[in-house]
Design a protein around this ligand. Structure first.
Ligand code: AMP
Length: 178
């Protein structure tokens, strides 16, 4: 696919993202990627474009839960494995965990045991980059495990929230911006 075809395919993906006002709480505009996942052509576009960004990574790390779906698809296209970083309590064997601040309260993410050796080069994937707290916590978790974070890729970046800045110096890629 050349650049023009790629841009056209991504514009089509953007058109499939559904904006849901006041979900999950009043004042939040939720960007629902479900219609993108359900559309074979759009799903393939997302997988292919994210895979192209993985660069020198030797594994993709997907953030629960929508990061699993697009991260796994991208991993398959890139010929890489996928490691899920999960919310607390879902993994039988945990290598390490990180707790970070949300707008209200905290959240914990866990890295599965025996999946990433120190020195592994990971490309981290999630659906939406908002404030960057989730992605930054995931990158910190990986760095603590001795993993080199090659980059972070999102399907959609909400630029006004400044999440990209929280990830520095990790290179941040977004297929689409809003
Ligand atoms: P943040 O930590 O603020 O960057 O939030 C990122 C995580 O929350 C991602 O896993 C997203 O799936 C989800 N998220 C945050 N804000 C939104 C939004 N407006 N629409 C859809 N998902 C969101």
């Amino acid at each position: 696919m050349d650049d023009a075809e790629s841009a056209e395919a991504l514009t089509r993906v953007l058109g499939l993202i559904r904006d849901v006002p006041d979900y999950p709480s009043p004042g939040i505009l939720f960007r629902d990627i479900t219609p993108v996942l359900a559309d074979a052509e759009a799903f393939a576009t997302v997988a292919t474009e994210l895979a192209a960004l993985a660069g020198a990574a030797d594994v993709i790390v997907g953030i629960e839960a929508r990061g699993f779906l697009i991260g796994a698809a991208a991993a398959l296209v890139a010929g890489l494995g996928i490691v899920p970083v999960r919310k607390a309590g879902k993994l039988p064997l945990v290598a390490d965990s990180v707790t970070y601040e949300l707008e209200y309260g905290t959240a914990t993410l866990e890295l599965p045991a025996d999946t990433l050796a120190p020195g592994a080069r990971a490309f981290v994937v999630d659906d939406v980059l908002a404030t960057g707290g989730t992605a930054a916590a995931t990158c910190a978790l990986l760095a603590d495990a001795g993993v080199e974070v090659e980059g972070f890729g999102a399907l959609l970046e909400l630029t006004a929230l400044g999440g990209r800045d929280r990830l520095a110096p990790v290179p941040v890629h977004a297929l689409l911006r809003a």
